[in-house]
Ligand binder design. Structure first.
Ligand code: SAH
Length: 326
């Protein structure tokens, strides 16, 4: 729901100040429409239903994976595509992966989103409406800004959305913003966001030349500066930074490369999450054996390391596969 439009409309109708909060809190708790908001006067409910669409997004297509993952393709009011994913884990965790942009202007070579046309930044309401769609299905407890787009190119709206997530049942400690290392946004995130929202960094290669080849953004913002900013985050927030590292066969998965990565990272500050490559075209994924060897080398170097559980690959809902091609 467009929260700004809601506030303006209520004000214009001379409604008391608490009204917007009341309507929002129904929506945040998973209401299906204005009609359910029983403590809002009926006449006002129908006026709102006429004027403010209950969601800024329309569902165009929904796919369900064998593992319980749900991927939804939405359209915004002006028709740009947006995808979001609900992941269901065996331990009961329900995690929603949100898009911050329609498409992505960056061109990481292994990611499908970079291959579709970049349309625009999403508003905070458009991000919250992705989460609310799944909230209406069931309770959710984690959110990752790891869908389409680079969150740090749209920091203000991402943070405005993240600040409202506790109303949906997702605490700041269970909210993660992931970045390629877009420095201006990252600096702002470190300076201005006092909430304990988690930070994840897509690293993928310790050697600058290889990282630039995989992620052209590395030429613009050198890794050393990005890591220094992560250190500042750790010093201010006392929370570790997750490093995401996608495992590409014969490209970045050699044991020596694990050793350079372990040398680059301070184990006080970083934990590594190895991501099995999800097919998007140009690369081959590392074998489970190569991933295990890489993991043990990092651990030998004292770096806490985990391997990401792959979800939703059969419906192209896994990391790097969002490209809005329903
Ligand atoms: N732009 C931000 C937010 C997207 S997060 C960022 O890149 O951090 C999406 C994560 O999935 C990133 O870590 C990205 O590097 C990773 N990813 C991209 N393509 C992938 C693929 N084909 N297989 C596995 N992970 C991939």
């Amino acid at each position: 729901m467009d929260i700004t439009a809601l506030q303006e409309t209520l004000e214009r109708h001379g409604e008391p100040g608490f009204r917007a909060r009341q309507v929002w809190s129904w929506a945040a708790r998973g209401a299906n429409g204005y009609a359910e908001m029983t403590d809002v006067p009926a006449a006002l409910r129908s006026r709102l239903a006429e004027r403010i669409p209950f969601s800024t997004l329309e569902v165009e297509h929904e796919a369900r994976s064998r593992d319980g993952t749900v991927k939804t393709l939405f359209r915004t009011g002006d028709g740009v595509p947006v995808e979001a994913v609900l992941m269901r884990f065996r331990d009961g965790r329900r995690s929603v992966c949100l898009s911050s942009q329609s498409g992505c202007p960056l061109t990481c070579t292994f990611c499908a989103t970079g291959q579709m046309r970049f349309r625009r930044n999403l508003t905070a309401s458009e991000m919250l409406d992705q989460a609310l769609h799944f909230r209406r299905l069931e309770a959710i407890d984690h959110v990752v800004f790891m869908g389409m787009g680079e969150p740090m190119l749209n920091m203000d709206e991402v943070i405005a959305a993240a600040r409202r997530l506790p109303d949906l049942g997702v605490t700041h400690r269970r909210t993660t913003v992931s970045t390629v290392g877009w420095l201006p946004g990252l600096r702002k995130f470190v300076d201005e966001v006092e909430e304990p929202i988690r930070l994840a960094l897509s690293l993928h290669a310790a050697e600058p030349a290889l990282r630039s080849q995989l992620m052209p953004v590395n030429d613009r913002y050198p890794l050393a500066d990005v890591l220094a900013e992560c250190r500042r985050y750790f010093e201010l927030r006392r929370r570790k930074v997750f490093v995401e590292y996608v495992m590409l066969a014969g490209v970045n998965d050699r044991v020596e490369q694990a050793r350079s990565l372990a040398e680059l990272l301070d184990p006080k500050i970083f934990k590594v999450n190895l991501i099995p490559y999800n097919p998007t075209g140009s690369f081959a994924g590392s074998s489970p054996k190569a991933i295990a060897a890489f993991e043990s080398e990092l651990k030998r170097g004292g770096i806490p390391t985990t391997v990401r559980l792959t979800r939703g690959r059969d419906i192209a809902a896994a990391c790097g596969q969002l490209a809005a091609s329903a």
